[in-house]
Design a protein around this ligand. Structure first.
Ligand SMILES: O=C(O)CCC(=O)C(=O)O
Length: 291
């Protein structure tokens, strides 16, 4: 396990992250780190594109994402944890706590892709707590109208039902509405929400809490948007089970999402009881130790 020689370097962003649940860290990664990310993204995404899920199941899809938390032994993962500062940044935002790696996702939006629906990751993944973070890292510069948008402080408010990416209704819930309220149609009432949306340069890292409502803006017709996301947790985050899914019938919200949930996203939680710290599961590796 690597140590964190820069501990404290990113702390100035911690107060904003704690308060708003979202912060932009400009120029967090240098060109060598970005080149490694790009190399990892290209080799994995292109080699395994058949494993990537389509966000919407209506055949018109242009948003793909490839999820993996099973890469611990892999060279890609080892290099990303050792040769970039992404785990160091996570540890700083966690106030120096023990820091664990949870999952990576590679996102690819081709030209003219629609929005990724507004959602909270904590409605799909059964975890809660202060020690949770997602990094969204675009591989190319973006205008504000094409970035991932995040609603400030929404991680401290209602946990809404998980949308199932039904192209006909972006609020269509995955669970019974008696268990969790349906997410509002945020796109129809944007002015009511405190949306954080900012242009990004290559090397910038958008850090946000997975309890924050977020959604990916559309792409322009001539644009391909590649973004790499990483998820970390600290020894303060815990297992908080979610309701059982409704009977979805044929109404699947992505091409293989439910299989992936069982196989990848939820792997490791089966070792835990409600309220247990995530780090009690031996599924995930501690990538930075508290000092
Ligand atoms: O990049 C996107 O469009 C969506 C990303 C996202 O929702 C996530 O990483 O949780």
């Amino acid at each position: 396990m690597a140590t964190n020689p820069d501990l404290g370097h990113y702390s100035p962003y911690k107060a904003r992250f704690d308060e708003d649940g979202v912060v932009l860290i400009p120029g967090a990664l240098n060109e060598a780190e970005m080149s490694l990310l790009e190399q990892c993204y290209e080799s994995h995404f292109n080699a395994d594109k058949q494993l990537a899920e389509r966000m919407y199941g209506d055949g018109k899809d242009e948003i793909y994402f490839l999820t993996d938390n099973t890469i611990r032994a892999g060279e890609r993962y080892q290099r990303l944890m050792a040769e970039t500062r992404i785990a160091d940044i996570a540890q700083d935002l966690f106030g120096g706590h023990d820091t664990y790696y949870y999952l990576e996702q590679m996102w690819n939006k081709t030209g003219g892709a629609r929005r990724t629906a507004w959602h909270q990751d904590t409605a799909y993944i059964p975890f809660k707590g202060p020690g949770l973070v997602i990094f969204w890292i675009p591989l190319e510069p973006l205008y504000a109208e094409n970035v991932l948008e995040v609603i400030r402080r929404s991680h401290k408010q209602t946990l809404f039902n998980a949308p199932m990416y039904d192209p006909k209704d972006h609020t269509e819930p995955l669970y019974d509405e008696r268990d969790l309220p349906r997410i509002p149609n945020i796109e129809n009432e944007r002015e009511k929400w405190d949306i954080f949306s900012t242009p990004m340069q290559r090397g910038d890292v958008l850090a946000f809490h997975p309890g924050c409502i977020h959604g990916g803006a559309p792409t322009r017709p001539d644009q391909v948007r590649r973004s790499y996301t990483f998820r970390f947790f600290s020894d303060e985050a815990w297992f908080s089970p979610l309701p059982g899914k409704r009977d979805l019938g044929q109404n699947r919200f992505s091409n293989q999402r439910q299989d992936t949930d069982d196989r990848i996203v939820l792997k490791g939680f089966e070792q835990l009881k409600p309220g247990d710290l995530l780090c009690q599961s031996n599924e995930w590796e501690r990538v930075r130790a508290a000092v």
